[in-house]
Design a protein around this ligand. Structure first.
Ligand code: PMP
Length: 404
């Protein structure tokens, strides 16, 4: 790609090439700071952020309230052994329970770690009610749940585990929205059905309400837990606090992450009343999980969401994005389908999307690509329709140039 940075930028790129393990296809730009929906590289170039740090920077970069909360909390306490009390984790748990209808929380660091916790919870709960045999987990083909061993094992995409298997045993995958397959897979040995109500990394696919409802019914019938991984779809991204609220189907376990800590590593496992005591004393833990610092930022993030009425804004901006993407599908043959909800949307192409993302970056727009051919919009929740217009104008022109 063409971006030619300064000498200072080249030095960073070169050092990273030598010292950071090459697991990411990084774009050759060195970002230095952010402000709202914009990022600036070390040469002062400005970029419109349509991916929010992979769904993390929900209230944009350097939000003044977030910064003030960080400074204030840092001056009091950053970390505390989880064997002591601090008011922030409990306050955050209380707020998340109010919003989700769940009863209690366990905090950890990244999303994968919370998925691990959910898998352990499902296994121990299964054992408590049905013995060792009740350990099967049904998950979705095309899903993504993380990179640790357990979370990788329940991820329904071969490419993530092919080099590392065998993963944990007892996992069966079914197609999204295939009710017959789901019925055939769930039985007395199933301890959990795990799904993303909106599959994000899989290319942005929304599960049908009927499929979620059937999962709920089967989970009840077989005394399995219904676990929703809303690490990507939760916390306002779809214009509701949680994507599952669109279907009315409630999970037994809800997994959150990404924006929860306002950019600090923070994830949560929320459970119903019945599961509150499923993890006995010392059965689970996380040294860095749910720190006073991360939880304070979580509280601030939720407060900003409410104060700035961001759910409403996501609905409005999301509707604008859908309309603009639908136009692209009408206009260009290479655009197969636009789908998603709120500010989690995907545009599927017949051609590789990476070159388009690279070209967009050169024009100051950061686009994200999944599955090779899907442009995924994971915009900051503060994004305005005018920002969508700027990004979509650039995308439109790039598609036009490629179709000529
Ligand atoms: N589950 C889902 C639905 C995700 O989107 C992700 C991250 N993309 C994860 C789990 C893993 O989260 P993390 O990368 O923070 O471990």
């Amino acid at each position: 790609m063409l971006i030619q940075g300064s000498q200072a930028a080249s030095e960073v790129l070169e050092r990273d090439r030598q010292r950071l393990l090459p697991v990411y296809a990084r774009f050759p730009v060195v970002m230095e700071r952010g402000e709202g929906v914009f990022l600036f590289d070390i040469d002062g170039n400005r970029y419109l952020d349509m991916m929010a740090g992979l769904g993390v920077n929900a209230v944009g970069h350097a939000h003044p309230r977030m910064v003030a909360a960080m400074v204030d909390q840092a001056s009091k306490m950053v970390h505390l052994s989880p064997q002591y009390h601090n008011s922030n984790p409990g306050l955050l748990a209380e707020r998340l329970c109010e919003l989700s209808g769940m009863a209690g929380a366990f905090f950890s660091t990244g999303g994968s770690e919370a998925v691990e916790g959910a898998l352990k919870l499902a296994r121990t709960h299964g054992r408590q009610i049905g013995g060792r045999e009740k350990h099967g987990i049904v998950a979705l083909k095309g899903s993504y749940h993380g990179r640790t061993f357990g979370s990788m094992s329940v991820t329904g995409q071969e490419k993530y585990s092919a080099d590392f298997g065998p993963g944990i045993p007892g996992i069966e995958f079914v197609e999204r929205d295939n009710i017959e397959q789901l019925r055939a897979a769930v039985n007395a040995k199933t301890c959990a059905i795990l799904m993303e109500p909106v599959l994000g990394e899989g290319g942005v696919h929304v599960c049908s309400p009927a499929f979620l409802a059937e999962a709920r019914r089967l989970a009840d019938q077989h005394r399995a837990l219904l676990i929703f991984d809303e690490i990507q779809s939760g916390l306002g991204r779809t214009g509701r606090w949680f994507a599952f609220q669109a279907s009315g189907v409630r999970p037994d376990v809800l997994i959150l992450g990404k924006p929860l800590g306002g950019g600090l590593p923070l994830s949560a496992l929320l459970v119903t009343d019945e599961l509150f005591h499923s993890f006995g004393l010392a059965k689970h833990g996380s040294t860095l999980g749910g720190s006073p610092f991360a939880c304070r930022l979580g509280l601030e993030f939720l407060a900003i969401m409410e104060k700035e009425k961001l759910l409403d804004r996501v609905k409005a901006t999301g509707a604008h994005l859908s309309a603009r993407l639908a136009h692209l599908v009408e206009e260009f043959e290479v655009c197969v389908e636009a789908r998603g909800d709120g500010l989690l949307q995907g545009l599927e192409l017949t051609i590789p999307a990476r070159p388009i993302a690279e070209a967009a970056l050169e024009q100051g727009v950061m686009l994200n690509v999944v599955q090779g051919n899907v442009v995924r919009f994971l915009c900051p929740l503060i994004t305005e329709p005018e920002h969508i217009d700027k990004a979509l104008d650039v995308l439109h022109d790039l598609l036009e140039a490629r179709s000529e």
